[in-house]
Design a protein around this ligand. Structure first.
Ligand code: URA
Length: 436
C-alpha cells in the first residue's frame, strides 16, 4: 500500500493492518517514505490513536528496522529497566550493578537528558575514559563478564525510531501514548530482553504530571511489551522532588558511589532502587516473591558486591579501575561550590522539581540544543528531602558552578524552587502503583 493511503486511512480513523504498518516503517528505514509523510502519519496517530494490536505491530516493525541482539550464549536471564525520566533520577546507575550482582544480565541501552530531565549517558560521561559507544564486541563481553553494561543507542538498533523521533520532536507529536510506547519499546525489544521493568514517573518533575495519564502510559507500555513477548511490569513512582539528593552529572555519579557504599541507607532513593531490583528479580524468575528478592538486592548492596560490579563495568568500558575507591580523584570538581540556605524557618513542603532540572541546565549541566556541549561538573547536591524541618539560614543544598556569578544565581533559583511552611507536609508515597 502506498504511504499516502496508510496516512489517509489513519487520518480517517480506520485501523491499520500489521502489513501496512510494516511496509510504512520499512519505507521510513530505507528513506523511501518522506519526512512529510512520517510527520503526517504521526499527526494522524496523535489525533486518532492506535488500538493495542496496531501499537504492537508498530513497535515490532520499529524493532525490526535494525539489529535485534541475541544473548543466547549468556547463561543468565536478560533483563532491563527503563525510566520515563525525572530529576535526580540516577536509579539505573545503581540498579544495573545490583541486578547483575544478583545473577541477571543487564544490557542497558540508555539515553541523554531530554527536556528538563537528566540522562544516564551524560552522567556516565563525567567519568574519564568511560565510553558510552563501545564496539558491539566490547558491549557483549562486558555484559557477559561483568553482568551489566550501560551504553548508548547505536545506529544499528531501531533506526526507524531515531528518524521518527527526530521528526516528532519538531512536529508537536511527541506526547502520544502509542508513539511513546512504540518508541521506548522498539529500542528495549531490540536489546533482546526477556523481562523489563518500567519506571513511569508522575509529578511536577516528570513528563506526565497527571496520575491518570501516567497510568494510561504505563498500561500501554506493559500490555504492548507483554504482547511482544517480553515479561513486563511497571511501577508508577513519585517525581514531586528530586529522587537522589543530587541533580546534575558528576554529582549524581558521586551520589551513586556513595549509595553503593551504603551511605544513602534509609533514603527515598534506596526505597525505589530496591523496589525495582526486587521487581526485576521476580519478573526474571530468579526470586519467588518481592520480599525475598528485596532481601537479595539489599544483600548485594550491603556486601559491597554491587559496588564491585559497578567498578568492574566502569573499568571494562574504559574508565578508571578504582572509581569506587577514589571517586573524588577521578571526577572533576566544579570551580565554585556554595551552600544554599533556607530563607525562613519551617518545613520544606513542596518543590518545583522541573524548575530544579531547568536550573541544572542553566548552570550548563544540560542542553538547550541537541548539539550543545555540557559541563559535567555543575549541579546541586546535599538536597534535603521534603518534610525536613529547617531553621532560617540552614543549608538546604549546595550548588556546584563554573563561576561565582552562576553559583549566586543558581543558589537564588534553588531557594525559590522550595516552599517552606509552618506545618509538615503530607508526602506522596515513593511508589504509587504497580501495573502488570
Ligand atoms: N523516550 C523515548 O525514547 N521515546 C519517546 O517517544 C519518549 C520518550
Amino acid at each position: 500500500m502506498l504511504p499516502q493511503e496508510t496516512i489517509r486511512r489513519k487520518r480517517s480513523g480506520e485501523p491499520l493492518t500489521r502489513e501496512e504498518i510494516a511496509r510504512f516503517i520499512a519505507g521510513v528505514t530505507d528513506g523511501s517514505v518522506s519526512e512529510g509523510q512520517v510527520a503526517a502519519l504521526a499527526m494522524a496517530i496523535w489525533f486518532n490513536g492506535m488500538a493495542r494490536d496496531e501499537t504492537v505491530a508498530l513497535t515490532l516493525a520499529m524493532r525490526d528496522s535494525g539489529d535485534v541482539l541475541d544473548w543466547s550464549d549468556i547463561d543468565r536471564p536478560i533483563a532491563d529497566k527503563h525510566s520515563t525520566g525525572g530529576v535526580g533520577d540516577n536509579v539505573s546507575l545503581m540498579l544495573a550493578p545490583i541486578a547483575a550482582a544478583c545473577g541477571l544480565a543487564v544490557p542497558m541501552i540508555s539515553g541523554r537528558g531530554l527536556g528538563h530531565t537528566g540522562g544516564t549517558l551524560d552522567k556516565l560521561e563525567s567519568i574519564p575514559g568511560y565510553t558510552i559507544m563501545p564496539s558491539a564486541a566490547l558491549f557483549r563481553r562486558t555484559v557477559k563478564d561483568v553482568g551489566c553494561a550501560i551504553i548508548g543507542q547505536t545506529t544499528a538498533l531501531a533506526p526507524a525510531d531515531k528518524r521518527i523521533y527526530a521528526i516528532r520532536d519538531v512536529t508537536a507529536t511527541v506526547d502520544s501514548v502509542p508513539l511513546i510506547t512504540a518508541s521506548i519499546l522498539s529500542k528495549k525489544l531490540a536489546a533482546g530482553l526477556q523481562s523489563l521493568v518500567l519506571d513511569v514517573k508522575v509529578g511536577n518533575g516528570a513528563f506526565m504530571t497527571d496520575a491518570a495519564e501516567a497510568e494510561t502510559l504505563a498500561r500501554s507500555l506493559v500490555e504492548v511489551a507483554n504482547g511482544a513477548g517480553v515479561t513486563t511490569s511497571a511501577l508508577i513512582t513519585d517525581m514531586n522532588q528530586p529522587l537522589a539528593d543530587a541533580a546534575g552529572n558528576a554529582v549524581e555519579i558521586a551520589n551513586c558511589i556513595a549509595f553503593l557504599k551504603g551511605e544513602k541507607a534509609g533514603s527515598r532513593l534506596e526505597c525505589v532502587v530496591l523496589a525495582f531490583a526486587a521487581e526485576m528479580l521476580v519478573l526474571s524468575g530468579l526470586e519467588p516473591n518481592r520480599p525475598a528478592a528485596e532481601t537479595q538486592a539489599a544483600k548485594a548492596l550491603s556486601s559491597g558486591a554491587a559496588a564491585e560490579v559497578f567498578g568492574r563495568m566502569v573499568h571494562a568500558l574504559g574508565g578508571p579501575a578504582d572509581i569506587v575507591e577514589k571517586v573524588d580523584s577521578h571526577l572533576k570538581p566544579a570551580p565554585v561550590i556554595r551552600p544554599v540556605l533556607a530563607a525562613q524557618a519551617g518545613y520544606l513542603s513542596a518543590c518545583d522539581t522541573r524548575g530544579v532540572g531547568l536550573a541544572v541546565i542553566e548552570l550548563g549541566g544540560g542542553r538547550s540544543r541537541p548539539d550543545d556541549a555540557i559541563d559535567h561538573r555543575v549541579g546541586f547536591d546535599r538536597l534535603l528531602p521534603l518534610g525536613t524541618k529547617v531553621e532560617k539560614g540552614d543549608e538546604i543544598g549546595r550548588v556546584h558552578a563554573a563561576n561565582a556569578g552562576d553559583a549566586v544565581r543558581a543558589a537564588e533559583r534553588l531557594t525559590t524552587r522550595y516552599a517552606v511552611a509552618p506545618e509538615a507536609p503530607a508526602l506522596s508515597p515513593n511508589i504509587l502503583t504497580r501495573i502488570s
